[in-house]
Write a protein of this length. Structure first.
Length: 313
């Protein structure tokens, strides 16, 4: 992915991380071209001239999605029929609206599935690849004595291959009570490091998503050990030349920079390019106010330039 560094005082609204459809069994199954054209129309209206469409990349197997509705990613057939086959039309439609669009994707990371990702990338030909880790593996979260699992579903005893740690705070707390926060954090950063070293991606999104429900240190403290793990991840990003995303969705939810200001300062020290993605799921979530908040507070932590993708239609 090619990008240019723009002085923060001259930056115009852009977006490297947009989903046209919300999570939900109906919404994901009915994903269609109207979702995309509506998003482009809204971006044109809001004067967002450079955007990246980054729907959730299909999973290797449906069994990799342990959530009740299995709505964490677009199905492969749906992706091909809506996005791959209509890529030229989408770009032309955006161009007519004065918008430059890159069609990429947001990837989770499932180790030992290199063959699948090689195949899926050949099929969808993503222009921008975002790493957005929502799952940790090698962690077994079993139902409680009443047969209720971490996703609040009544099921028989079963072992899941993955745990979706940001599905809900209740699920997160359920897992912590069973296996402890240290194990979840350790596996999260281990997977993040392995994914970065795989050199499949361009941008790391919401790098501290493990902190999503940890407002006011509710579940853990960002102690020296935690900071050491995160800084180590940043050092691998520097070596592999990945961009760091400032996530507007996280800012909207927490009222502070996401990732945290201290993480952005560390990234600046390492000369890691920083970009901005809203991580919206549907047109109604686009907010220029959150963008303004981000720019104001990025200046406060010392950011001088922002990485904007170079898109060719």
């Amino acid at each position: 992915m090619k990008f240019k560094l723009i002085p923060i005082d001259l930056i115009q609204r852009f977006d490297t991380h947009m989903h046209s459809v919300q999570h939900g069994p109906i919404e994901m199954k009915q994903f269609n071209m109207k979702n995309i054209t509506d998003l482009i129309d809204m971006c044109a209206k809001k004067e967002i001239k450079t955007i990246c469409l980054t729907e959730h990349i299909p999973f290797p197997l449906s069994s990799f999605d342990p959530t009740p509705n299995k709505d964490c990613a677009i199905e492969k057939e749906k992706w091909v029929n809506v996005l791959t086959k209509n890529k030229e039309y989408i770009k032309k439609y955006a161009q007519q609206k004065g918008v430059s669009i890159a069609i990429g994707g947001e990837y989770d990371f499932f180790p030992r599935n290199n063959k699948f990702y090689n195949i899926i990338n050949q099929i969808i030909k993503p222009e921008i690849k975002i790493l957005g880790l929502h799952f940790v593996d090698n962690i077994t979260v079993v139902p409680n004595d009443e047969g209720i699992d971490c996703y609040n579903e009544k099921i028989a005893i079963k072992t899941e291959k993955q745990f979706c740690f940001d599905y809900s705070e209740k699920a997160f707390q359920f897992a912590i009570n069973q296996i402890g926060i240290k194990k979840i954090i350790s596996r999260y950063f281990s997977l993040l490091t392995e994914a970065i070293q795989s050199q499949r991606y361009d941008i790391v999104a919401h790098i501290d998503l493990i902190n999503k429900y940890n407002q006011n240190n509710k579940y853990f403290v960002e102690d020296e050990a935690y900071r050491k793990l995160l800084i180590q991840v940043l050092s691998f990003m520097q070596k592999k030349q990945l961009l760091l995303e400032v996530n507007l969705g996280g800012i909207k939810a927490t009222g502070q920079l996401v990732p945290r200001g201290w993480i952005i300062k560390e990234a600046i020290k390492l000369n890691i390019p920083i970009t901005i993605g809203s991580d919206i799921h549907g047109v109604n979530e686009i907010s220029n106010e959150v963008w303004k908040f981000a720019i104001k507070n990025l200046k406060k932590v010392g950011l001088k330039t922002i990485a904007v993708p170079i898109i060719t239609n």
